[in-house]
Design a protein around this ligand. Structure first.
Ligand code: ADP
Ligand code: MG
Length: 139
């Protein structure tokens, strides 16, 4: 599935739609350069899960937990030193738990990602304008 957006709000809407349809055990793996819109998308997905709390980027905390229609575990592994930090926070409890996981920069920990994860790549195409994004969703 490929979506194209021209504003942050549109990207958020795509995330929201996916969040509305998310089920227990779903894992959404986000890929794409810094500033491409992974956190914007994540905020939409959280909204779709009925989370009213403000979502902040978990860059320094690795994971933030929220409760909505389902528990939501928002990871950002960009600054992860190595995977022992993930072991320390007990990542398996989240990955194989009772909620929905979303991981920004999941490609950096590809070896740990379950087979049935949904991969989402966000890309810019500068010839289509600064705010254009292509969002590729792979089941
Ligand atoms: P990331 O988490 O991938 O590092 P962020 O979501 O934090 O990126 O930031 C994306 C930035 O790009 C925001 O400043 C946002 O306003 C801007 N932006 C511009 N156009 C779009 C778009 N179509 N979709 C998402 N973000 C966009
Ligand atoms: Mg981010």
């Amino acid at each position: 599935m490929i979506y194209e957006t021209y504003t942050p709000e549109e990207t958020k809407k795509i995330g929201q739609m996916i969040g509305e349809n998310a089920k227990v055990g779903d894992m959404y793996c986000l890929m794409g350069d810094l500033g491409v819109g992974k956190t914007v998308f994540s905020k939409g997905l959280a909204e779709g899960l009925g989370i009213e709390e403000a979502i902040t980027s978990p860059t320094f905390t690795i994971v933030n937990e929220y409760s909505g229609r389902l528990p939501f575990y928002h990871f950002d592994v960009y600054r992860l030193g190595d995977s022992s930090e993930l072991e320390e926070i007990g990542y398996e409890e989240y990955f194989y738990g009772d909620g929905v996981c979303l991981i920004e920069w999941a490609n950096l920990i590809e070896d740990l990602i379950p087979q049935d994860a949904i991969w989402i790549t966000i890309e810019k195409e500068l010839e289509k304008g600064l705010d254009y994004r292509k969002i590729i969703v792979k089941k």
